[in-house]
Design a protein around this ligand. Sequence first.
Ligand code: OGA
Ligand code: NI
Length: 353
Amino acid sequence: MESTFSKLGGSLVVPNVQELAKEKSTTVPKRYVRFEENDSILSNVSSSSSEVPVIDMLKLDGDSLEEFGKLHDACRQWGFFQLINHGVGSQVVENMKLEIQEFFHMPIEEKKKFNQEDGDVEGYGQAFVVSEDQKLDWADMFYIITSLTYLRKNHLIPKLPHKFRDAIEAYSEDLKTLAMKILRLMARVLKMKEEDMNILFEEGMQSMRMNYYPPCPQPDLVTGLCPHSDAVGLAILIQVNKIEGLHVKKDGVWIPVVPLPDAFVVNIGDILEIVTNGAYRSTEHRTVVNKEQERLSVVTFLSPKMEGYLGPAPRLVTAETPAKFKRIGVSDYFKGLFARELVGKSYLDSMRT
Ligand code: OGA
Ligand code: NI
């Protein structure tokens, strides 16, 4: 059975960047050029020691007040943190990394079988392209809804190589458990009702966005992924092949993220900013690419259940902190999202009261 929300909206068909990169041209096509030689993507990048906070799940499990304070500050000031000792088995993570690489390294004819269909963002292709003269990112993506299972598309996960399928199953389940745990911890720190998080997310939609960034002849002129915030509840990211490229915007400058071994990079999505009535911030981030090496990543998103509504949690709306965002149906929220270009936090801004 496919749900009523089987298609979230589509994206225009764009060139496959992995194939484009194989042509070994010394320049990138105009559509990818976002910067100039003397004003490159690296002009506003911090070289200071400022770093995304690191949160230790074992200390949270041990009820460390200090660690809860660190979590709270990370979510308020950064919207991003690295999570260590998260409890997800390394075999589950390593299998996922291996299989994602296998997928993107398949011949284009094989990958094409998973191409996005008309009007649907799921599948192999690119997202958020709504006009022919819009600039493009130097990346391909494979996007799938993984949970709840009835939301899955028959032509995607069931048709993948079985090892990839098994890896996705295991990873999906463990990351759902982890995401719910993180959300409940946040509810606790915020003095929100845990139940409010459960109602929104327990039967929420989990999706995975696998990103492939080929080597680029002019990396300073392009973006891997243009500046954006994640429209979801919570996002949990790993680099698949140890190549860095994620930047987080803090106080107007871009801070490179240097992932710790075995850590997850966790970030607050727009929906969580709405639910927390602005207490926790979704933060703009982007990726850069490089000349020699491909880069791969996978982001696992958890969003509220499609049938529900989202808005600021009742306990966080007070006389001193009036509601900053409107209430909206979750499916309407997503339809609106995929109908537009992804530009910074502009979609979230449209939800403000
Ligand atoms: C994303 C994203 C960052 C990365 O897919 O939304 O921000 O490092 N990816 O690939
Ligand atoms: Ni993102």
